[in-house]
Design a protein around this ligand. Structure first.
Ligand SMILES: [Zn+2]
Ligand SMILES: [Zn+2]
Length: 360
């Protein structure tokens, strides 16, 4: 019989887990593996709450295995390193994002695109090499192979950096890959939530003119005054959308609800690119004629590889980019999840794990 989560490994760990599809999180005793030769063990200080966490605790994608300890925007301080670890030492500030493993030998892994490895292992809810389930960052201690650990530069605040490990790389990677990182370009960002607000900051740091496209007129002031966007389009205002036709080099679409692509494709210049980052639960209609009429591209992109994740963090340090966050104590977690479901957060909840997650 399989060992219980408390007994399967030697290192005691404590976190908060969902035990069933109600998604309600509660205290959970479990264990972490002993630090292997290539492993980094760290004390978790902060963990961001991603929309993916909400989908997983409620089993909305149908593959959750309970108990689920969510969290893939994890930062902390190194407490132990294995004897073959050379990139990190005790006391270093580090982070782990969405991945903790990949095959390291396929075509994607050879190109530093572990995120597209067919055998990738997610930070929580995957079965690790030793046969045990991976548990995420809503917990006091973390251990990961050093390849999947990133260094956090000293000038970045740990709490506001945590969300970059998922939301940051998810927006940075497509801007780079699709050539939307050139100064003077005009970039659209659809949806101003956890992903969208950091997309605005990265695009601005690359030197782009940024237009936020949203259904919520009440986000306009904040987008322009606080996040640094240059203009704002209300997506259901026909006149505004008509006037902006053919003006954008690229669009990052962060919306995960079902929505119309036709008006967004219309905003693109010839050769413009619409990159989908959200995951609607039903297929979207793809109008083909407007694509042909301007040689436009519709594509998708998911997180990023480890090399690029480190590059993104270093870029954020250089350009002073951080997520806008609301830091919460762990006992506020279920309320935070309810608020997240209603998009009632500016723009990311971050759990103060270090100060508020105590063994029961
Ligand atoms: Zn995420
Ligand atoms: Zn691979």
């Amino acid at each position: 019989m399989a060992k219980s989560p408390v007994e399967e490994h030697p290192v005691k760990a404590f976190g908060w887990a969902a035990k069933d599809s109600s998604g309600v999180l509660s205290p959970f005793n479990f264990s972490r593996r002993a630090t292997g030769d290539e492993d980094v063990q760290f004390k978790v200080l902060y963990c961001g709450i991603c929309h993916t966490d909400l989908h997983n605790v409620k089993n909305e994608w149908g593959f959750s295995q309970y108990p689920v300890v969510p969290g893939h925007e994890i930062v902390g301080v190194v407490t132990e390193v294995g004897k073959k670890v050379h990139k990190f030492k005790v006391g270093d500030k580090v982070g782990v994002g969405c991945l903790v493993g990949s095959c390291r030998s396929c075509g994607s892994c050879e190109k530093d695109l572990e995120n597209y490895c067919p055998k990738l292992m997610m930070t929580y809810g995957s079965v690790y090499y030793d046969g045990t389930t991976t548990y995420g960052g809503y917990s006091d201690i973390m251990v990961s192979n050093e390849h999947f650990v990133v260094r956090i530069p000293d000038n970045l605040p740990l709490d506001a950096t945590a969300p970059l490990l998922c939301a940051g790389i998810t927006t940075y990677s497509p801007l780079k890959h699709f050539g939307l990182d050139k100064p003077g370009m005009h970039i659209g960002v659809v949806g101003l939530g956890g992903l969208g607000h950091v997309a605005v900051k990265f695009a601005k740091a690359f030197g782009a003119k940024v237009t936020v496209i949203s259904t919520s007129p009440n986000k306009k002031d904040e987008a322009l005054a606080h996040l640094g966007a240059d203009s704002f389009l209300i997506s259901n205002d026909q006149d505004q959308m008509q006037a902006a036709m053919g003006t954008l080099d690229g669009i990052l679409d962060t919306v995960s609800a079902v929505h119309a692509l036709y008006p967004l494709i219309g905003l693109l210049k010839c050769d413009g690119k619409l990159i989908l980052l959200g995951v609607p639960d039903k297929p979207l209609d793809l109008p083909v004629f407007p694509l042909l009429a301007g040689r436009k591209i519709v594509a998708g992109s998911g997180i990023g590889g480890m090399k690029e994740t480190q590059e993104m963090i270093d870029f954020a340090a250089k350009h002073n980019i951080r997520a806008e966050i609301e830091v919460i104590p762990v006992d506020y977690l279920n309320t935070a999840m309810e608020r997240l479901a209603k998009n009632d957060v500016k723009y990311r909840f971050v759990i103060d794990v270090g100060n508020t997650m105590n063994h029961s």
